[in-house]
Ligand binder design. Structure first.
Ligand code: FAD
Length: 285
């Protein structure tokens, strides 16, 4: 196992995000995707968390399985909203006992009222709990366009800066322009925070699904990107090709801008990530 803090100190990181499978078909897909992506030797992989007991089992199962059966470094996500404080403590303790060295501490996407807890209101409190329970490598989420619940960007940046002072690194929500990343990084630096901000990359393979996800995270896909993809018409292969090209160019710009890491939102598929790796000349096999 490795600490992401050490990996970031050693150089640029390349990482992948998965979600835990709900059924045996999704499990087969994830197993195949991991097998396809392993040769790319990611610095680490992360596994998302939703709510409650089932998610706890699913996320834990995937990260523990990855730790035991592969040479990958898995990082579980954990969300404040999914559990009361004592359960969050138990889960963090369980991750530590299983050998996890990294944790992504999040507020969490909204859950139905009956599954939702407010004992820990913000991700920064989960960072503090994780620290108290022994994690020395803790990441948090950063939103280049600001979080949708924030009344304004200034307060969002102030809370992010405070959270990043407690944590070790951040991973961003997806975005499509290097300027959006540079603005976030520069505004954090102006607030005295120079910790690594890893860029989250979402290759567009279907415009409607990316727009839906963007809407949920309060982000508007830039008009010129929408137009470029729409010019692919109804040809799904052409749309995909254009989406991969947008993501490749963004990664190239980010690497040139000195980004500490690229984190690919794989949605449990391997093809788009592999194509971008090849385009960037990063592919190992
Ligand atoms: P927080 O840091 O908790 O902040 C939430 C809001 O509160 C912001 O508006 C912030 O400005 C404000 N705020 C923060 N601190 C304070 C304070 N002290 N006082 C007043 N306001 C404050 N969601 C999931 O459910 N599961 C996942 O696995 C998951 N993985 C993600 C991975 C990444 C890389 C990213 C970028 C997001 C992920 N999310 C996930 C989404 C995330 O949980 C949501 O965006 C959630 O709504 C907010 O969580 P947060 O950790 O981003 O924000």
């Amino acid at each position: 196992m490795s600490r992401i803090t050490d990996l970031l100190a050693a150089g640029q990181t390349f990482s992948f995000e998965f979600f835990p499978p709900k059924d045996s078909e999704e499990q087969r897909l994830l197993t195949r995707t991991i097998a396809d992506l392993q040769p790319l030797r990611p610095s680490f992989v992360s596994v998302t968390y939703r709510g409650g007991r089932i998610s706890r089992e699913r996320t834990t199962r995937v990260v523990v399985d990855l730790l035991r059966t592969t040479d990958l470094t898995p990082m579980p996500h954990l969300t404040c909203v999914a559990h009361p404080r004592f359960e969050l403590g138990e889960i963090i303790g369980g991750f530590r006992a299983a050998g996890m060295e990294n944790l992504l501490a999040l507020g969490g996407d909204p859950l139905p009222a009956e599954e939702s807890y407010k004992e820990l209101a913000y991700a920064s409190e989960l960072v503090e709990l994780g620290r108290r329970l022994g994690f020395q490598s803790i990441g948090v989420a950063a939103h280049p366009a600001g979080h949708p619940r924030s009344p304004d960007l200034t307060s969002d940046r102030r809370y992010l800066a405070a959270k990043m002072r407690l944590a070790d690194f951040a991973i961003t929500q997806f975005f499509f322009k290097v300027e959006e990343y540079e603005r976030l990084r520069d505004e954090m630096a102006a607030l005295g925070v120079n910790k690594p901000i890893i860029a989250g990359i979402m290759p567009i393979t279907s415009l409607t699904s990316v727009q839906r996800m963007a809407q949920l995270s309060g982000y508007a896909v830039p008009d010129d990107v929408v137009q470029l993809i729409e010019a692919g018409g109804t040809d799904r292969d052409e749309i995909r090709k254009r989406g991969i090209s947008v993501a490749t160019n963004l990664c190239r710009d980010l690497l040139e801008a000195g980004v500490p890491g690229l984190h690919f939102y794989t949605l449990n598929f391997s093809k788009a990530t592999r194509e971008i790796y090849t385009n960037l000349g990063l592919a190992v096999t």
